[in-house]
Write a protein that binds this ligand. Structure first.
Ligand code: PEP
Ligand code: MN
Length: 371
């Protein structure tokens, strides 16, 4: 379990007093006309910041890699004209300098940069003494420490208005998501840093505009503090991330249809019901832990018997039988087989670890007595 990082942050309320923070705008600032056509209707939705990709980290070369530094001046000018503070992705100290010189309000570190402590440190060195707010996207791989490390580097450089963006994690396996949400990871970040702003990027999680509204709703239901949503005047013809961008009108609809749930209520009946259910869960957890302790003790005994008889730890047939029988039983109880498989794998791995340790200790003791 990770240690709580010690950060010096301005309170979350400094970002926004009420309601979720909204950052919207195109994946890339393509042309002044495209940017203006996107931002003009967006302004009516009163986003807290508008986003624009100036330098685009693309997976393959020979695709549009952003207009680059030349887009900064007109992006700032158009967003200022509409009274909207501009947010831009930076991937190096050079980007930071150019963006700040042009008058960009918020800087964010992209997922492909958070993975690289050299680049994050280069950015941190460039923001020394700067007061602009900054956001850090999760690294592309599901590594919470790397995410926290990038946040720590910026905080050490003096950035106190600092938050995180969850944009999902890349994986090799096919999924309906472009980047798997692995919600447990940002939830753990929230547990470790409850006072830090944490927003979600449903566009990059989904990779598909049809999934964006539902993903945004899940994020709000998980108590995220805001949303970053890619918005384009003509999404189908966008120069990057065309499949996931939505029009400003669709964003308006999405925001209207979102259900803004409260984290808590004073309703006595509801609170009593919730309390009762939570007490039941506490009881079940206590019973589960007792059972798990019993199971672990049994696997140790099995380990001892195997060791005394020089029998291999892994018994593939027994393991196959466990998976099959437990899946059958849990299926009849209406449980999700993926969850049950993961749980069984975790239990099995734990008993293997225990038995490997026992075998190693026995070998060590034997060699000591032989000396
Ligand atoms: C982006 O926000 O357009 C972007 C490049 O996203 P990510 O860093 O999440 O890949
Ligand atoms: Mn994008």
């Amino acid at each position: 379990m990770l240690m709580k990082p010690q950060l010096d942050l301005v309170p979350k309320a400094a970002w926004k007093a009420h309601g979720p923070l909204l950052i919207a705008g195109p994946c890339s600032a393509e042309t002044p006309a495209q940017f203006r056509a996107t931002l003009t209707p967006l302004a009516e939705l009163k986003p807290d910041f508008v986003r624009a990709g100036i330098w685009k980290p693309r997976t393959r070369p020979n695709s549009f890699e952003g207009v680059g530094v030349d887009a900064l001046a007109w992006s700032v000018e158009i967003s200022r004209e509409l009274g909207l503070p501009l947010a831009v992705e930076v991937a190096s100290g050079k980007h930071v300098e150019a963006a700040l010189k042009a008058g960009v309000s918020l800087l964010w570190v992209g997922a492909r940069t958070t993975v690289n402590p050299f680049m994050v440190q280069d950015i941190a060195d460039a923001v020394q003494g700067v007061n602009n707010p900054m956001l850090v996207k999760n690294p592309v791989n599901p590594d919470l420490e790397l995410w926290i490390g990038a946040i720590e580097r910026l905080n050490k450089a003096g950035i106190r208005k600092l938050g995180a963006i969850h944009r999902g994690f890349s994986g090799y396996e096919k999924s309906i998501f472009r980047n798997h949400p692995n919600w447990e990871i940002p939830i753990e970040l929230k547990r470790l840093l409850p006072d830090m702003l944490l927003i979600a990027d449903p566009s990059h999680i989904s990779g598909n505009r049809l999934l964006v509204p539902e993903t945004a709703q899940v994020a709000l239901d998980l108590d995220f503090d805001g949303l970053m949503i890619e918005t384009h005047c003509d999404p189908e013809n966008a120069w990057s991330d065309a499949r996931q961008q939505i029009t400003p009108a669709s964003l308006g609809e999405l925001l209207q249809n979102l259900i803004y749930r409260r984290p808590q209520t004073d309703d006595v009946v509801f609170n009593a019901r919730l309390e009762a259910l939570r007490r039941d869960i506490d009881g079940v957890d206590a019973a589960l832990l007792d059972l798990l302790a019993k199971r672990l003790a049994l696997t140790s005994e099995v380990g001892a018997v195997k060791k005394d008889n020089d029998i291999t730890i892994l018994q593939p047939e027994r393991w196959a039988e466990i998976v099959e029988s437990r899946l059958q039983k849990s299926g009849s109880l209406g449980m999700d087989p993926t969850f049950v498989t993961r749980l069984l794998q975790l239990l099995h791995q734990e008993s293997i670890n225990t038995q490997v340790k026992m075998f190693q200790e026995a070998r060590l003791n034997a060699s000591k007595t032989a000396e």
